[in-house]
Design a protein around this ligand. Structure first.
Ligand SMILES: O=CC(=O)O
Length: 345
C-alpha cells in the first residue's frame, strides 16, 4: 500500500521540523502559491491529477486567498478519497461544515492553543481603547507632542474603576479575557452565551440576556465565533441599545459587527472608542476606521506569536497523524460531534 496522501494548503512558518518529519511518512502535496480557485477546482475534478488519492487536506487561514472559502462547491468537487479537512486556527468560519458533513468528511480546527495569545491581544486592545491610546500614539507619531507640548491634543481615556465589562461569548477565549482583566479593578463582569455556564466556569461573572448586556456594559468584549447566528449580531439596532460612550473590542471575526453601523456609531460618538483586530472584509479596512483616532486597530494578529503559531502548525500534524492511525482527527469541530456517521467511526 502506498503512503497516505496529504495536501497542504498555505505555508508553514515555524513548525517546519515537525512537518519535515511528517513528510517522510506521507506523500505530501504542496500546491503553488499562485494557484487560483478555478485552478484548484479543476485539479480536484481531474481524475488523473496528483490530488486523485488525497486523504487529508490541511489549510491555513491565509490559504483562502488561493482557494476561496471551503464551501459547497469545493466540498462537492473533492475526490472521494478525502476523509478530513484540518484547519490551522480556532475560527473555522471559512469552512462550511454542513457540506463536508454530507460527504462524511471530518473537519478539525485548533481550539485551545490560540486561547492565551488571542486573550492577551484582546486585553491589549481593550485597555488601549479604554485609555484612548490610539489617539496618543498618533499624536506622537505625527510629531504633535513636541509641537504642542505635554498632553497636546490627546483625548483622555478612562479608568477601569466603576466600569462594567460585557463579554459576548464566554468560551475559552472569553474566559481567558476575564481572568486577565480581573486584577485591573473593573466593577463588574457580565456575559451572554446561548447557554448559561456552570458556576465554576462563570467565575463570578453574571449571566445576562443579550439585550441586558448591551444596556449595562461600558465595554463590550466580543469573543463569539462567526456563524449564521452571529453574523452582524452587532448591528445598528444593537448599537442603539448600548450606553452612550461605549467601548467595543473585537478580536473574533469582523463580520460579527456590521462595519458600516460601527463606523456610524463611532462618528456620532455613541461608541467612544474601539479596539479591533478583525474586520468585515479583511484585508480591506474602511478608510474611515483607519483615519479615526478613536480606533485602535491591528491587522488580525491575535495568534501572531512565534510560540503559538509553531504549536498550531504542529497540532495540525498531530491531527493528521491521528487521522491516519486511528481514522479520527483529534479536534473535531463541535457541530460534527453528534453526527451518527461520526459515532460509528
Ligand atoms: O483568528 C485566528 C484563529 O481563528 O485562530
Amino acid at each position: 500500500m502506498g503512503k497516505p496522501v496529504v495536501l497542504r494548503l498555505g505555508c508553514i512558518r515555524f513548525g517546519q521540523q515537525k512537518w519535515e518529519e511528517f513528510s517522510k511518512t506521507v506523500d505530501l502535496i504542496v500546491l503553488d502559491d499562485s494557484m487560483t480557485r478555478a485552478e484548484f477546482l479543476k485539479l480536484l475534478q481531474d481524475p488523473h491529477s496528483k490530488l486523485e488519492n488525497v486523504q487529508i487536506i490541511t489549510r491555513t487561514f491565509l490559504s483562502v486567498n488561493q482557494t476561496g472559502r471551503f464551501d459547497k462547491e469545493i466540498a462537492e468537487a473533492l475526490p472521494a478519497s478525502v476523509k478530513a479537512i484540518v484547519h490551522t486556527g480556532a475560527g473555522y468560519d471559512q469552512v462550511d461544515v454542513e457540506h463536508f458533513n454530507k460527504r462524511g468528511i471530518q473537519v478539525a480546527n485548533v481550539p485551545d492553543i490560540v486561547t492565551s495569545a488571542t486573550a492577551d491581544n484582546h486585553v491589549f486592545l481593550l485597555l488601549g481603547a479604554l485609555r484612548n491610546f490610539s489617539s496618543g500614539h498618533r499624536e506622537l507619531i505625527n510629531g504633535n507632542w513636541e509641537k504642542k507640548g505635554a498632553g497636546c491634543s490627546v483625548t483622555f481615556g478612562h479608568d477601569p474603576v466603576g466600569k462594567t465589562v460585557g463579554v459576548l461569548g464566554m468560551g475559552g477565549i472569553g474566559r481567558a479575557v476575564v481572568s486577565r482583566l480581573q486584577p485591573f479593578g473593573f466593577e463588574k463582569f457580565i456575559y451572554h452565551n446561548r447557554n448559561r455556564l456552570s458556576p465554576e466556569l462563570e467565575a463570578g461573572c453574571q449571566y445576562v440576556s443579550f439585550d441586558e448586556l448591551l444596556k449595562q456594559a461600558d465595554i463590550i468584549s466580543i469573543n463569539v465565533p462567526l456563524s449564521k447566528a452571529t453574523r452582524h449580531i452587532i448591528d445598528e439596532t444593537a448599537i442603539s441599545k448600548m450606553k452612550d460612550g461605549v467601548v467595543i473590542v473585537n478580536t473574533s471575526r469582523g463580520a460579527v459587527i456590521d462595519e458600516q453601523a460601527l463606523i456610524r456609531g463611532l462618528q456620532s460618538g455613541k461608541i467612544r472608542t474601539a479596539g479591533l483586530d478583525v474586520f468585515e472584509f479583511e484585508p480591506k479596512v474602511p478608510q474611515e476606521l483607519i483615519d479615526m483616532p478613536q480606533v485602535l486597530s491591528l491587522p488580525h494578529m491575535g495568534t501572531y506569536c512565534v510560540e503559538t503559531w509553531q504549536k498550531m502548525e504542529e497540532f495540525v500534524v498531530e491531527n493528521a497523524i491521528n487521522m491516519i492511525e486511528e481514522g479520527k482527527v483529534i479536534s473535531l469541530v463541535p457541530e460534527q460531534k453528534n453526527e451518527a456517521w461520526i459515532k460509528e467511526l
